[in-house]
Write a protein that binds this ligand. Structure first.
Ligand code: ADP
Ligand code: MG
Length: 271
């Protein structure tokens, strides 16, 4: 699959005519967040989960988000992924003001623009790698031949060209997570969002997944990753640290390791 930004971009504009861009304020940013607050109402109490978050993420960035449990990382990711809306402030995704759309429109935006990967792989058990990967295309109204072609390409991109007909139970955890990444890519999203994608994996397998992410990012894909492991965050190009619902740090990674190189130094299962 060709995921260079230009191609990504033109393919998307073709099928999203109804979602009109608000204005030019977003410039080239894929993500623009302006003074976002999020409150959860829990009976009498009110949790202030995001307390004035602003940032921009440009096309081709690879951002890791760190921070203690409860600091607002998942709340923020859910907003970026259009699973939830901010209580106040604005969120522009490729220039579209997401804050203004209702649930149905959010679902459409999500399907077209967002690829999600979670800690649990969430694959359908009685379904092959290929069929699992094709699933999101069903909602995107892509014809069958094209769906198949895209799923095959996505699986090849994550290094699973030889595992298409395998069921989840016939694959390792790392391979299952790769299928989940392929599934996230099949609709050619503008961004890949991953919330603790290596949380269930051993350290070598975690680095293998980061190798896949670095490869995809090299090809132009914008990635936002939540992790609580410092070593994993270093594979990104930029690290944000959340505390108490705010961004406390936002730094470029200075000596970024290549996952492919790190893997050469790690023992394999057979060792
Ligand atoms: P993190 O992912 O960094 O652990 P979260 O974004 O999950 O943090 O949570 C931020 C704060 O918001 C926490 O205090 C948490 O208890 C609260 N919170 C998260 N989701 C909900 C929810 N659906 N309802 C009420 N409170 C929530
Ligand atoms: Mg979380």
């Amino acid at each position: 699959m060709d995921i260079r930004p230009s191609k990504f971009h033109s393919m998307q504009t073709a099928n999203q005519t109804e979602l009109k861009k608000t204005d030019d304020l977003a410039g080239n940013a894929v993500i623009r967040v302006e003074d976002v607050h999020k409150y959860y109402e829990l009976g009498e109490t009110r949790v202030h989960a995001l307390r004035g978050v602003s940032l921009e993420i440009q096309r081709g960035e690879f951002v890791a988000i760190m921070g203690a449990s409860g600091s607002g990382k998942s709340t923020f990711m859910n907003m970026l992924g259009c699973l939830d809306r901010p209580s106040s402030g604005r969120y522009l995704l490729e220039g579209i003001d997401v804050s203004k759309h209702d649930k149905r429109a959010l679902a459409q935006i999500r399907n077209q623009k967002i690829g999600f990967v979670f800690q649990g792989f969430n694959l359908l058990a009685r379904t092959t790698a290929l069929e699992n990967t094709e699933l999101p295309t069903l909602y995107a109204k892509i014809d069958k031949a094209e769906s198949r072609k895209r799923a095959v390409e996505a699986l090849a991109l994550v290094g699973l060209a030889d595992r298409m007909e395998h069921f989840p139970s016939q694959m390792s955890g790392g391979q299952q997570q790769r299928v989940a990444v392929a599934r996230a890519l099949v609709n050619r999203p503008a961004i890949l969002l991953a919330d603790e994608p290596t949380g269930n994996l051993d350290s070598r397998t975690s680095v293998e997944i980061m190798e896949v992410f670095q490869d995809l990012n090299d090809k132009g894909l914008t990635i936002v990753l939540v992790t609580h492991e410092h070593d994993i965050a270093q594979f990104a190009k930029r690290v944000l640290v959340f505390r108490d619902g705010k961004i406390r740090k936002d730094d470029p990674v200075t000596h970024r390791p290549r996952a492919a190189e790190v893997l050469k130094t790690l023992p394999t299962l057979e060792d």
